[in-house]
Design a protein around this ligand. Structure first.
Ligand code: UDX
Length: 447
């Protein structure tokens, strides 16, 4: 009989995982504690913008016409306990307020709510990004509190999905990593991931701490690559070099690789910034803080890019105060193809200029509602053209395809000055210059 799977937490990770598990053919029950989320999901709607997710969901949510009916949602822990052979814990682990460490309260309370309902054999699989050592602690908790005792086992299976590619990354992951303590747990997880593994996805079996560390070290490595190239951008600016050419040239070395070497205003979002901070905090608790002091520098290079963008804008406008300057900001989300504005470098730059007296008008294809909610005092326009109308300078801060496809000549007609600063090194400088724009970018010669 096919395995029955539950997914606890239906945010980015959980909603995508639940839909993907249904796509792979399993019966799936998703749980969340927020009634509005459950109502939306039951209608086949997702509470965020993620390409392809709504379609995937609608293909499987029970009650939707033409669906397989394999995916249902509940708020009832007893139902979850009774239903599942495998329970995936997909709740979030945000940064603790005013601290580097991550907040484990959602994971802890999910396990505490589930445990009393585990009366028979079950595998609980953690997917959330947690401080190393958490799996050990949670396994001990389950053994003590689940009526099934040792039969309620834990495994750790970190998730590497990227926003904007969540569906693709979940159905066709680069690798599956499982931290297990028994053959039974490994066998069950091999069954879950049989389809991607048959398609060639590597399946890495390891212990708890390694599985937990794979996730935080992968994110630290990615953050390091970005901050490295941004540090090189600073050197290029100091010397007249071109960071885009530099990245291209070093990227041809297979050992380095060309990806994640786009210089600009740096990384943001709900993962990389908080994960490297939580990793440092955990290393401190373990007495290994010296091993990760470099991450402090990675974080500070990253945060510095936002201020550097503000200064670049000031210089391009001739120096002095922003008062009375009209600044068009293209992009509010932390990356394209997402409506997520958490720790968004774009919104941070827009906010700094606004707080220094600039008259800022923001446009983003999908992030407007979220941006307005967290930064209501900024100006907003409902198209790129409307944002640019009358602007003294245009800042390109999130590299949406829509912005790459803009017609610089037409925009030049509505802007007060043809001055564009590319905070993502993603526009074609020559095309803009030919249309009469002064084009500037971080780490590039001014020409
Ligand atoms: C990241 C990891 O990639 C993913 O594996 C993990 O599961 C969650 O965290 P995500 O937060 O969706 O995913 O974004 P990602 O695509 O990694 O980009 C992070 C940030 O880095 C974005 O703000 C992006 O604009 C920035 N970035 C990325 C750069 O500044 N330069 C680059 O070359 C690449």
């Amino acid at each position: 009989m096919a395995l029955k799977i539950t997914v606890i937490g239906t945010g980015y990770l959980g909603a995508t995982h639940a839909a993907a598990m249904a796509e792979l053919g399993f019966e799936v029950l998703g749980l969340d504690v927020v009634p509005e989320k459950i109502d939306m999901l039951r209608r086949g709607e997702v509470p965020m913008y993620e390409p392809g997710l709504e379609e995937l969901l609608r293909r499987h949510v029970a009650g939707i016409e033409g669906s397989t009916g394999r995916l249902r949602f509940t708020m009832d822990w007893a139902e979850v306990g009774e239903f599942g052979d495998i329970h995936f814990v997909c709740v979030n682990t945000p940064q603790r307020h005013g601290e580097y460490a991550c907040d484990m309260s959602y994971v802890d309370s999910a396990i505490a709510s589930l445990a009393p309902h585990l009366t028979g054999p079950a595998l609980v699989v953690g997917k959330s990004t947690v401080p190393v050592g958490s799996a050990d602690r949670l396994a001990a908790y389950l053994a003590e509190h689940a009526p099934a005792g040792e039969d309620a086992e834990l495994a750790w299976n970190p998730e590497f999905l990227r926003e904007g590619f969540a569906v693709q990354d979940t159905l066709h992951p680069d690798r599956v990593v499982v931290g297990v303590r028994s053959e039974r747990a490994e066998k069950l997880l091999r069954e879950v991931y049989a389809t991607p593994v048959a398609e060639g996805t590597p399946f890495v079996v390891t212990d708890f701490p390694t599985a937990e560390l794979v996730k935080t070290s992968a994110n630290s490595f990615l953050a390091t690559k970005i901050s490295f190239i941004n540090a090189m951008a600073e050197l290029c600016e100091a010397t007249g070099g071109d960071v885009a050419k530099l990245a291209e040239a070093i990227g041809y070395d297979d050992r380095i690789g060309a990806k994640f070497l786009r210089a600009g205003i740096g990384f943001g979002g709900g993962c990389l910034p908080k994960d490297i901070r939580a990793f440092m905090a955990r290393a401190g608790e373990l007495g290994a803080d010296q091993a990760l002091t470099f991450l402090r520098e990675i974080d500070s290079i990253n945060m510095r890019q936002r201020g550097r963008m503000v200064e670049l804008t000031r210089q391009a406008l001739g120096g002095g105060a922003f008062l009375g300057k009209r600044v068009a900001v293209l992009g509010a989300t932390f990356k394209p193809d997402s409506d997520d504005v958490r720790d968004s470098p774009a919104l941070n730059v827009a906010g700094q200029i606004h707080l220094q007296g600039g008259q800022v008008t923001v446009y983003d294809p999908k992030g407007m509602d979220n941006a307005r909610r967290i930064f209501p005092t900024l100006g907003y326009a409902d198209s790129a053209t409307a944002a640019v109308r009358g602007a003294d300078v245009v800042l390109h801060l999130t590299e949406w395809r829509e912005f790459r496809e803009l017609d610089p000549a037409a925009l030049g007609e509505v802007a007060a000055q043809r001055l564009i600063l590319d905070g993502r090194n993603a526009l074609d400088a020559e095309v803009w210059r030919r249309a009469g724009w002064r084009y500037r970018a971080m780490g590039r010669p001014t020409a």
